[in-house]
Ligand binder design. Structure first.
Ligand code: GLA
Length: 740
């Protein structure tokens, strides 16, 4: 890995074994983009990559160079209005009403490692040799703003992390109306864009579209990253598959409103931008103040979508997630939500926990309903004190009872929320986000607390920290069950209301930072009505997230498959739940439910007492299986093999880092009769190694990856565990171990 700077041509080249990222100072002092893709040789002068032409009706910067129009140049951090008519990365409203800015190169600096972004989640290094950072300094002498563009290239993989920092060194107040994290101008438009869209209970379904002239975008204006869209898009070549071809992923390390936009102009160049959604964003920057944008991570892969995902997984698992739980396999938990909903008391909970303990489960999680007047979702949010009529010994007493069983204890909280029927609201009606004199819309009978206010965050911190200090709590599920409406803070002046959405999420990050540093041993799992805040920002504080409220095994195949394009297996909360499934009323075999849930953090979400004795024995086997294989599953390399969106037999696998072990999951959604023979081509194995398949057959890695694993009874005499006839929703796992 190296960052070259060629003084004569003012060209920067960020290069590692995988990629090259090249940019140059343009004749007008702006930063121009020259190349991003597979590693190429370095040279002094890449000027030939800067194509200019005199085009009719273009505006140009100076009369002596009519070829030089920003509209036709690829740039690093453009602004609209000075001969570029595309949407830019930055927009600054100045005191005279102008929105034109002109950032000119001043200099650069490099350093080993990666600087921290104050108050924001970001990828990091543990040693300066893991990455190198370039800061490019630009200045607009008229409005007095200094712009620093940050680029970190990691040693390994095709990863560049980017962000921008804007400092007001002038004398006037300005308003940032747009300050995106990344702009990537690409020389052609021959791409398909993949976005990850959905809704409650069907999060992150990949959707493909060919790029077309004009703007195509996804984003969230809900105050959180949302069920609807994810702050992650992929541009891939039309011919790119899971295993071959170029793909570029752009991921925003942020949990609030975002925009990911692709603009194709009529010359077929492509401008990709990503950052805080500029709609409703208006940040007042007084003299001396700075604004740091969130970080965007871009990954280039020439090895298809799996290659891209492998890079994201490793980076996010090891250099985004933090804390003691980052490298530990995760405890197998049981959560009482689908077992009891609001209908529980201490005795019932202990009974559920005891049976779970008997089945090998390690952690009992008490979900919603344990506090204040929370006997339904109409009341209690905001009052984080145990309800004594349910829990006579409080959370302290219950947690001690659970620990006495030999299990760990975990607790659900929803700290950002408040019910109208709560002591907190009666005491502090001014603490909700709402516009004075206007109606405040409810959602799930609750309002959102104004986390842009430090006093509110302090108060909630005090209540939650007290419980964590008093009781034996090993895990927290932090929920967030509604989108933000009437976004207005009574604590901010009129000209700062455009800051509230971002200040809100900074408040959430602040509370996370305080709680995770004060209680470093607690495992945090984020949640937002299932997976409405499954984003890299959250992963920085909570290494795992509840993937979806949909716990049906067949639905989960799609949700987990879609989620895996960006996020590692170790981040996906996944539970075995009861049948008929509570969301879709489907009956699936217990084995299939377990086989899907293994590829995540694994746990249960039902009352095991209600299973037959036979099923309870099965549960013991499944729990033990996860204990035996979770190191491989959670820390191995994950490959998507066959998609549940296009195929009746979805499949995926994980391979250990040394390639000596692998686990293949093969599902069959609907049963078929008299079908063709089926083979599943595996991935990621060592072609030279011999693997035993379930201890029943021995195959070379190259056989398994090219000839394939025979999943049907074949005439060649190889019979793998019966996964053929009888019934829908079947699954089979194949365990591969390298022979000595
Ligand atoms: C959300 C979560 C669920 C559960 C409920 C409790 O919907 O996603 O897992 O915690 O809230 O109200």
């Amino acid at each position: 890995m190296h960052i070259y700077f060629h003084e004569k041509t003012k060209t920067f080249h960020l290069q590692n074994d995988t990629i090259s990222y090249i940019m140059t100072v343009l004749p007008n002092g702006h930063m121009g983009q020259l190349y991003y893709g597979k590693r190429i040789h370095d040279r002094e002068d890449f000027g030939y990559l800067l194509e200019t032409a005199m085009r009719s009706h273009s505006a140009y910067i100076a009369d002596d160079n009519t070829n030089y129009s920003l509209e036709h140049l690829r740039q690093e951090y453009p602004s609209y209005g000075s001969s570029d008519f595309r949407q830019g990365a930055i927009e600054v409203l100045q005191e005279n009403g102008s929105r034109i800015s002109d950032f000119v190169y001043e200099g650069y600096e490099t350093c080993g490692g990666k600087p921290v972004l104050p108050g924001l989640p970001a990828t990091y290094t543990e040693d300066d040799s893991e990455a190198e950072t370039l800061r490019i300094f630009l200045k607009d002498p008229i409005n007095g703003l200094e712009l620093t563009l940050l680029y970190t290239i990691f040693n390994e993989g095709g990863v560049i992390a980017r962000s921008a920092c804007i400092k007001n060194t002038g004398e006037q107040n300005v308003h940032l109306l747009k300050a995106l994290s990344v702009c990537l101008d690409l020389p052609d438009a021959n791409y398909e864009m993949i976005q990850f869209s959905g809704s409650w209970a069907r999060e992150r379904y990949p959707e493909y579209r060919r790029l077309h002239t004009g703007i195509q975008s996804v984003g969230s204006m809900r105050g959180h990253s949302s069920h609807q869209q994810n702050p992650f898009i992929v541009l891939k070549r039309p011919e790119t598959t899971e295993f071959m071809g170029e793909a570029m992923g752009l991921s925003l390390v942020y949990s609030g409103n975002f925009l990911a936009q692709v603009d194709v102009d009529t010359y077929n160049t492509t401008r990709v931008t990503m950052g805080i959604h500029p709609e409703w964003f208006d940040w007042k920057l007084e003299p001396g103040e700075s604004f740091q944008t969130p970080e965007a991570v871009i990954v280039f892969s020439k090895d298809g979508l799996n290659g891209m995902s492998n890079t994201f997984h490793k980076l996010y698992r090891t250099r985004l997630a933090r804390g003691v739980w980052r490298d530990r396999t995760r405890p197998i938990l049981i959560n009482n939500w689908e077992a009891t909903y609001f209908d529980f008391n201490e005795e019932k909970l202990v009974k559920i926990a005891s049976k779970a303990k008997e089945c090998g489960v390690e952690l009992f999680v008490l979900d919603d309903g344990w506090f204040g007047a929370r006997r339904s979702d109409y009341a209690g949010l905001g009052d984080w004190v145990p309800a004594h009529e349910l829990l006579p010994n409080g959370i302290k007493g219950l947690s001690e009872k659970i620990e006495a069983l030999g299990m760990k204890f975990g607790l659900w909280i929803e700290p950002e929320m408040i019910n109208p029927d709560s002591d907190l609201y009666r005491a502090h009606p001014e603490w909700i986000l709402s516009v004075p004199e206007r109606r405040a819309s409810l959602s799930r009978h609750q309002w959102v607390l104004d986390f842009s206010r430090k006093d509110v965050v302090d108060h909630i911190h005090g209540m939650i920290a007290k419980i964590l200090r008093e009781s034996k709590i090993s895990y927290i599920k932090w929920d967030m069950n509604r989108s933000i409406t009437e976004c207005y803070s009574k604590a901010l002046p009129a000209d700062r209301q455009g800051e509230v959405f971002h200040r809100y999420i900074l408040g959430v990050y602040d509370l996370y930072e305080r709680l995770t540093s004060e209680f470093p041993e607690i495992l945090f799992e984020s949640c937002a009505g299932g997976g409405a805040r499954f984003d890299p920002g959250m992963l920085y504080y909570a290494p795992q997230a509840w993937t979806s409220d949909d716990t049906d095994a067949v639905e989960r195949m799609k949700i987990q498959y879609g989620t895996s394009y960006c996020y590692p297996v170790s981040s996906m909360g996944s539970h075995v739940s009861a049948v008929p499934n509570h969301q879709v009323d489907r009956l699936t075999p217990l084995k299939t439910r377990a086989d899907v849930a293994y590829f995540g953090t694994f746990g249960y979400e039902l009352d095991l007492n209600k299973l037959s004795a036979e099923e309870q024995e099965e549960v013991k086997v499944y729990t033990q299986f996860m204990k035996d294989h979770r190191e491989l599953i959670q820390h191995g390399t994950f490959y998507r093999l066959q998609s549940p969106f296009t195929c009746n037999e979805p499949a995926w696998m994980v391979v250990s880092p040394d390639k000596k072990e692998a686990l293949v999951a093969y599902f069959r959604i609907l049963s078929k009769v008299n079908e063709e023979f089926k083979r599943l081509r595996l991935a990621g194995l060592d072609p030279e190694l011999c693997y035993s398949v379930d201890g029943k057959a021995v195959r070379y890695g190259d056989e398994l990856m090219n000839a394939g694993l025979v999943t049907s009874n074949s005439t060649s005499g190889v019979t793998f565990p019966e996964c053929e006839p009888a019934g829908d929703f079947k699954s089979e796992l194949f365990y591969l171990k390298a022979c000595e």
